[in-house]
Design a protein around this ligand. Structure first.
Ligand code: HEC
Ligand code: HEC
Length: 184
């Protein structure tokens, strides 16, 4: 009896999750692997990062185009259920239009300035967003937001300030994007 009741609850929950995420996959792609280019993949995103992103976009702390309004429609419990679902999906990394030379330079810059937090090798750093294979136009928007008042991360604000201080040309930021885009 008890097992039956539990499995009925689980079934209901699975149906509820699939109804919730149905709204998201229209933009974020099948199981959260976006076909780009300005909508990020959210498959495999760590739960705490996912929840923080939703909260920051909802409160307006993090600027957004569509997500701020959309996030307002969900309770904390629903966000948690969606975070759980997407964190368990494998991300599909699509081939992007990157230039080899820029990607090579970007790799060195990444290792010097970014890898301490955003590990590329292993791709399993739990505390920071995975950048490899994320859509280049999306990353570009996000980087320029961090520099123009995205208050969601003081760590990123200072990491970029330090980076810009040491690499005066804007091209070096572009090189980083080509490196992330080259990670299929
Ligand atoms: C109309 C298209 C659209 C829909 C529908 C949509 N998103 Fe988004 N999502 C975006 C865009 C575009 C961004 C980038 C931020 C912005 O500009 O709003 C984004 C960003 C995000 C991020 C941040 C990712 C990161 O790397 O920081 C999360 C998490 C997210 N969406 C979750 C969801 C969830 C959960 C749903 C379903 C309830 C959803 N989205 C529905 C377009 C959409
Ligand atoms: C001290 C740690 C740290 C360093 C160094 C760092 N970052 Fe970050 N980065 C973060 C954190 C924390 C976040 C999550 C921000 C949030 O909560 O939205 C982040 C988020 C990002 C995002 C947004 C990803 C997404 O899915 O929206 C990009 C892009 C990014 N970092 C690029 C870089 C680049 C490029 C460098 C090197 C120049 C760098 N980071 C160095 C901590 C760091």
């Amino acid at each position: 009896m008890i097992t039956l009741a539990v499995s009925a609850i689980e079934k209901n929950r699975a149906a509820e999750v699939s109804m919730l995420v149905n709204t998201c996959v229209g933009c974020h792609g099948n199981d959260g692997s976006s076909v780009g280019p300005a909508t990020p993949s959210i498959a495999g995103m760590r739960k705490p990062l996912f929840i923080k992103a939703m909260q920051d976009m909802k409160s307006g702390k993090r600027p957004s185009t569509v997500m701020g309004l959309l996030a307002k429609g969900y309770t904390d419990e629903e966000v948690e259920m969606m975070a759980d679902f997407f964190s368990k999906q494998d991300v599909v990394r699509y081939t992007q239009n990157f230039e080899h030379e820029k990607a090579e330079r970007g790799k060195e810059l990444h290792n010097q300035y970014c890898d301490g937090c955003h590990k590329i090798e292993g791709r399993d750093q739990p505390l920071f967003n995975a950048l490899s294979g994320q859509w280049m136009p999306y990353l570009k928007f996000r980087l320029s937001d961090f520099r123009n008042g995205d208050a969601s991360s003081s760590m990123m604000a200072s990491a970029l300030e330090y980076f810009i201080m040491n690499n005066e040309s804007e091209e070096s930021l572009e090189d980083l994007l080509h490196f992330y885009g080259s990670q299929e």
